[in-house]
Design a protein. Structure first.
Lengths: 116, 116
């Protein structure tokens, strides 16, 4: 399968614990996006990378959230000291920047986080 | 400000009947428009996009969408609905003048229920 993959698919954690999610993009894609989605809402932009550079981070993203893409391939999203409000689906998408403004983002299956 | 509106939270249609899921947008400049579908507990799947040219765009699974510049709309259509089309549908837009900022602006989604 050459699509975007995310691990784990589900995560249950206790409030205050740290969690880390991984995203593997489509292999030739140089852009990688993280979104958060809660029930009944559209995807909410968190951050994105071009190769290993983090180009933008949402103002909604608190200091407890950090993302990396150290070698320009896979990316990790870490949430420290989780809160119940962090419960959501975390979506990763990748794209090819050379496509220009018409680039299409391709999504992974998501990681569903439940903070108890 | 850029925005996307999906005026219907839910659309119900009988199997075999045509379906329409509505989307209107507001951007400065020319829009790039996208439709995605999301099945329960899954990520978003790309259906189709409008870049330029023919106002009728054909996509995956028999879906098509019609771009109407004067009405700033991009409604998703299918001539004959299937029960398996039941899912959440998202419309998204990006301005052609977006430059290096390729973030998509998302609608809140429309839940489509196809009844047997």
């Amino acid at each position: 399968d050459t699509g975007v993959s995310q691990n784990p698919r589900h995560k249950i954690t206790k409030r205050g614990q740290n969690v880390t999610f991984r995203c593997d993009p489509i292999s030739e894609h140089n852009r990688l996006y993280w979104y958060r989605q809660t029930l009944g809402q559209g995807p909410e932009f968190l951050t994105y990378f071009q190769n290993e550079a983090q180009l933008e981070k949402s103002r909604l993203l608190s200091d407890r959230f950090s993302a990396e893409r150290p070698k320009g391939s896979f990316s990790t999203l870490e949430i420290q000291r989780t809160e119940q409000g962090d419960s959501a689906m975390y979506l990763c998408a990748s794209s090819l920047v050379s496509a220009g403004p018409q680039e299409t983002q391709y999504f992974g299956p998501g990681t569903r986080l439940l903070v108890l | 400000a850029q925005s996307v509106a999906q005026p219907e939270d839910q659309v119900n249609v009988a199997e075999g009947n045509p379906l329409t899921v509505k989307c209107t947008y507001s951007v400065s400049g020319n829009p790039y428009l996208f439709w995605y579908v999301q099945y329960p507990n899954r990520g978003l799947q790309f259906l189709l996009k409008y870049i330029t040219g023919d106002n009728l765009v054909k996509g995956s699974y028999g879906f098509e969408a019609e771009f109407n510049k004067s009405q700033t709309s991009f409604h998703l259509k299918k001539p004959s609905a299937l029960v398996s089309d039941s899912a959440l549908y998202f419309c998204a837009v990006r301005a052609s003048s977006a430059g290096n900022n390729r973030k998509l602006i998302w609608g809140l989604g429309t839940s489509l229920a196809v009844n047997p």
